[in-house]
Write a protein that binds this ligand. Structure first.
Ligand code: CMC
Length: 392
C-alpha cells in the first residue's frame, strides 16, 4: 500500500505539460500549436505540419525550403537494411516488420543515438521522419513480392510515398493529384494527438535516456493494438464481417450486449465525447477518393454509412457518446487507394512519427525532465516465509 492515487487508464492524470497539441473532447476541437486541424488539413502540406509540431510556428518560405531539403536528403535507408526484410517470412504482418526494422535504425546511425547533443537529436528527427515512409513502403513491397522502389525526392512526402508503394520498374507510374492530396490529409490528420497510448509510450521510453530510434519502435509496438492505431484495420475487417446492410442490426445488438466482448470498431474515443473533428475531414476525403476512382455503390461504404446513421441515432450510442472516430473513415479511404488492411496501421505510424518525435523532443528539452516511474497500489500477499518445495 502507499499514499498513491489509483487512476486506471490515466483518465485523470496529466503525465506532462505540453505546448504542442490541444484537444477539447467535449467541443470536438483539435489544435496543433493553436491552429485548428481542419485548416491545417485543408491548406497545409505534411512537412509544413511537421515543422509546426517540431518548432512551434508555421515556417516561412525559406524555412520550409530548408526543412524540406533537410528531410528529403535522408529518405534513403542504408542498402544493407534491405536484407532485414528478406529475413522475415513473406506473410509477416507489416507492423511486426516495422517494429523490428525501425528499432534497428539505431544499429545503423550510431551518431544520432547521442541524445545529449541537440544537433544529433535534430538529425535523428530528420532521419526518422524521412525514413519511415521508405521503410513502410519496403515492408509493403516485400509483403506483395515486388522489388523495392527507391524514393523520388522531387515528389512531395505523400506523393513520394504512393510512388514507393505503387510504382513498378516495368511501367511509368503517374501520380494522381487527388489521391496524393488524400494521402497527405491522412498523414496530417494522424500527425499528433497529445498523450495517447503510443505517444505516452514514446515519452516513457525516452525518459530513461533510450535512443530515439528505440523510442519510436516502442511507439510503433503500442500503436499496433486494436484499441489504438490498429482500429482502422479492425474497422474495415468489421465492415467486411458485417457483409451486408441487412446484418447491421445484429451487430449493433452485439455491441450493446454486456456479455459480448464485440465493439463497433472505429466508434468511441477516450477524449472526444462529441465528434472527432478528424472524422469529419476524413469522411469528406473518403468521398473525394471514391468519386475520383469512380467507385460507386461500394458495399463496405454503404455499410459504413448505414452504420453511422444508426449509431448516431441509437440511444445506447448517444448516451455513451460514441461517435465515429478518424479510423472509421480512414480505413475506407486507404482501401480505395489500394492498400491492404495490414498496411493501415503502418500508414498511421508513418504519420504519427513526427508527433512522437515532437513530444520526445519537448520532453528531452524540459529541464524538469525525470525518468517516468509510476507507482502502484500493492494488493498481493503480505510478507511470508519461504517454504521448501518438499513441504508445500
Ligand atoms: N462499441 C460499443 N460499445 C462501446 C464502444 C464501442 N466501440 N466503445 C465504448 N463502448 C462502451 C463500453 O462498453 C462502456 O460501456 P459501459 O459504461 O456500459 O461499461 C462505455 O462505452 C465506455 O467505454 P470505455 O471502454 O470505458 O471507454 P474508453 O475511453 O476506455 O475507451 C476506446 C475508448 C476508443 C478504447 C473505445 O471506445 C473502443 O474500444 N472503441 C473501439 C476501438 C476504436 O475505434 N479505437 C480507436 C480510437 S481512435 C484512434 C486512436 O486513438 O488510435
Amino acid at each position: 500500500t502507499g499514499a498513491f492515487t489509483y487512476d486506471p487508464g490515466f483518465t485523470s492524470t496529466a503525465s506532462c505539460e505540453s505546448e504542442i497539441t490541444f484537444i477539447d473532447g467535449d467541443a470536438g476541437i483539435l489544435l496543433h500549436r493553436g491552429y485548428p486541424i481542419d485548416q491545417l488539413a485543408e491548406h497545409g502540406d505534411f512537412l509544413e505540419v511537421c515543422y509546426l509540431l517540431l518548432y512551434g510556428e508555421l515556417p516561412t518560405k525559406a524555412q520550409k525550403d530548408d526543412f524540406d531539403y533537410r528531410v528529403t536528403r535522408h529518405t534513403m535507408v542504408h542498402e544493407q537494411m534491405s536484407r532485414f526484410f528478406t529475413g522475415f517470412r513473406r506473410d509477416a504482418h507489416p507492423m511486426a516488420v516495422m517494429c523490428g526494422v525501425v528499432g534497428a535504425l539505431s544499429a545503423f546511425y550510431h551518431d544520432s543515438t547521442d541524445i545529449s547533443d541537440p544537433y544529433q537529436r535534430m538529425i535523428a528527427s530528420m532521419r526518422l521522419i524521412a525514413k519511415m515512409p521508405t521503410i513502410a513502403a519496403m515492408a509493403y513491397k516485400y509483403h506483395i513480392g515486388q522489388p523495392f522502389i527507391y524514393p523520388k525526392n522531387e515528389l512531395n512526402f505523400a506523393a513520394n510515398f504512393l510512388h514507393m508503394c505503387f510504382a513498378v520498374p516495368c511501367e511509368e507510374y503517374k501520380i494522381n493529384p487527388v489521391l496524393a492530396r488524400a494521402m497527405e490529409r491522412i498523414f496530417i490528420l494522424h500527425a499528433d494527438h497529445e498523450q495517447n497510448a503510443s505517444t505516452s509510450t514514446v515519452r516513457l521510453a525516452g525518459s530513461s535516456g533510450a535512443n530515439p530510434f528505440a523510442c519510436i519502435a516502442a511507439g510503433i509496438a503500442c500503436l499496433w493494438g486494436p484499441a489504438h492505431g490498429g482500429a482502422n484495420e479492425a474497422a474495415l475487417n468489421m465492415l467486411g464481417e458485417i457483409g451486408h446492410v441487412d446484418h447491421i442490426p445484429e451487430f449493433i445488438a452485439r455491441a450493446k450486449d454486456k456479455n459480448d466482448p464485440f465493439r463497433l470498431m472505429g466508434f468511441g474515443h477516450r477524449v472526444y465525447k462529441n465528434y472527432d473533428p478528424r472524422a469529419k475531414i476524413m469522411q469528406k476525403t473518403a468521398h473525394e477518393v471514391l468519386g475520383e476512382l469512380g467507385i460507386k455503390d461500394d458495399p463496405l461504404l454503404d455499410i459504413a454509412m448505414e452504420l453511422e446513421k444508426i449509431a448516431l441515432t441509437d440511444p445506447y450510442f448517444i448516451e455513451k457518446k460514441l461517435y465515429p472516430n478518424v479510423d472509421f473513415y480512414s480505413g475506407i479511404t486507404l482501401k480505395a487507394l489500394g492498400f491492404p488492411t495490414t498496411m493501415f496501421t503502418v500508414l498511421f505510424a508513418v504519420a504519427r512519427t513526427v508527433g512522437w518525435i515532437a513530444q520526445w523532443k519537448e520532453m528531452i528539452e524540459d529541464p524538469r525532465q525525470k525518468i517516468g516511474r509510476p507507482r502502484q497500489l500493492y494488493t498481493g500477499a503480505p510478507e511470508r516465509d519461504y517454504v521448501p518445495i518438499a513441504k508445500r
